[in-house]
Design a protein around this ligand. Structure first.
Ligand code: SF4
Length: 476
């Protein structure tokens, strides 16, 4: 969107107004693929009946079904994989803005800087990827040869601070992708095949981008990547994420900083100490665990157990008092017995996560798990998911009730979509768009609130996932 915007395109989220329709797709699980295909078909109808002249499909579905999309949906004019972002202009029939460096210059300079960055951080860096990535590649982790229509080339693209950005998030918040790809062997997951080997953005590039965003009025930054806790390992730096957080937390006017998707065995003492030390690093950790029964985790090729995870959580809570924890699990992985599921339930009771998401297992072509036997029936998968969510509901409710009476800082987001009588907000314990909501039903002494500003508020009520607050003072 940034490239298109800089080239002079006017962006709209209303397909009926658009001349060029672009669908950015996901293909990590069945439901995501279905949603992507449905959206492409819907846009194809717009193209045939409306004013749109071109339909472009981008993203992970293209990495997986490149030829098939073009063959089965002839309305599609161009496809753009995750490593070909820069070709969006050509596909849209636009040329780079003359005021900006040409597109190809942007790309080549970005690659040159990545290499220069590695040298400056690690001294004699010669290798582009982590040894684990190269090793897993030799073992066939990233292979796509059974994927008809996919190119065999893995994406290697990484954006940098010179890549233009067009923010679609509220003006106070932004995401920064600090790394791309993943070297982990999780047998249910095809993301590494879609996104390629793990590679970090340069340290200086991330800091520069964060500074630019804060200068544009962003006060909350969320760092993302398939596995943020590996950040910097391809540069040979240890505890790269902790170092990066430490540098970012020093940016004046950056009020909230958080990272998502930590890998469980990569929560180091230094990382926790860094979270604890900086007031503006949110006391929030998203730690997808996927399961807790050792037999299932082993078949998932992730390792670990309820016992090990409980020790990790204890370490986290001791190092960062009051930290809020989020996780995700998969129900119905092949071979998950009733006993395995009960172990997961026992673990959930003991671990007391503040936020928890559950995915149904689905067979994904190209994943290791597809060839495993003892598939769990779909109905059982769904029933187990519901059972786990129900269990979490009571845990979450109890945890939220402990918030009642506390005074917390809120980031006001705007009027609630449900009713203009309520405003929606988040605390540092709520990641954008993921966790429960905070509803403000009382502005206190204030006449009005401003979206994107911070307020002090008292928590007055708690529901299963959402809480109600009254503004005490602000804007802060
Ligand atoms: S760490 Fe996450 S992205 Fe990487 S293979 Fe495992 S589930 Fe997939």
């Amino acid at each position: 969107m940034g490239l298109l915007d800089r080239a002079g395109a006017r962006l709209t989220s209303h397909p009926e107004e658009a001349e060029i329709l672009i669908v950015n797709t996901c293909s990590f699980i069945d439901t995501a693929k279905q949603e992507s295909v449905d959206t492409i078909l819907e846009m194809a109808r717009h193209k045939t009946s409306g004013s749109a002249k071109k339909l472009i499909v981008a993203g992970c579905l293209v990495e997986r079904y490149r030829d098939e999309i073009r063959k089965s949906i002839p309305e599609v004019d161009a496809v753009i994989g995750t490593g070909e972002l820069e070709s969006i202009l050509e596909a849209a029939g636009l040329t780079p803005s003359p005021a900006a460096p040409s597109l190809f210059n942007i790309l080549s300079s970005s690659h040159a800087e990545i290499h220069a960055g590695k040298e400056s951080l690690s001294g004699t860096h010669k290798q582009s990827f982590r040894p684990e990535g190269d090793h897993r590649e030799q073992q066939g982790r990233f292979r796509r040869d059974t994927w008809q229509g996919a190119t065999h080339l893995l994406p290697t693209y990484l954006y940098d601070e010179t890549t233009p950005r067009f923010l679609t998030t509220p003006k106070s918040s932004a995401y920064i992708k600090i790394a791309e790809g993943c070297d982990h062997p999780c047998s249910f997951c095809v993301i590494p095949n879609l996104r390629g080997k793990f590679r970090s953005r340069r340290f200086e590039s991330v800091v520069a981008e964060a500074e630019q965003l804060v200068a544009r009025g962003v006060s909350e930054i969320t760092l993302i990547g398939q596995d943020t806790t590996c950040y910097g390992e391809d540069f040979g730096i240890k505890d790269g994420l902790a170092e990066l957080l430490d540098a970012l937390a020093r940016i004046p006017n950056l009020r909230w900083l958080r990272f998502l998707y930590a890998y469980p065995n990569r929560i180091t003492g230094k990382l926790l100490e860094t979270i604890a030390r900086h007031d503006n690093i949110c006391k929030y950790l998203d730690l997808p665990l996927q399961h807790a029964a050792p037999a299932v985790l082993k078949r998932m090729k992730r390792g670990g157990s309820a016992e090990i995870f409980l020790k990790t959580l204890e370490k986290v809570r001791a190092a960062v008092p009051g930290i809020v924890l989020r996780t995700t699990f998969i129900t119905g992985f092949p071979g998950e017995s009733l006993r395995d599921f009960e172990l997961l339930e026992e673990f959930v009771k003991e671990a007391r996560f503040d936020w928890l998401g559950v995915f149904n297992y689905s067979d994904e072509e190209g994943s290791g798990a597809i060839s495993l036997d003892q598939k769990v029936p779909r109905r059982t998968i769904e029933a187990r998911k519901r059972r786990l969510m129900k269990l979490q509901q009571s845990i979450s409710k109890r945890a939220k009730q402990q918030w009642v009476g506390r005074e917390l800082v809120l980031l006001a987001e705007g009027e609630s979509e449900e009713t203009p009588l309520l405003w929606e907000a988040r605390t540092q314990f709520h990641a954008p768009e993921i966790d429960g909501k905070v509803y403000i039903n009382d502005f206190g002494a204030l006449q009005a609130l401003e979206p994107g500003r911070f307020y002090k508020a008292a928590i007055t009520e708690a529901h299963d996932y959402d809480i109600i607050a009254r503004v005490v003072s602000g804007p802060l």
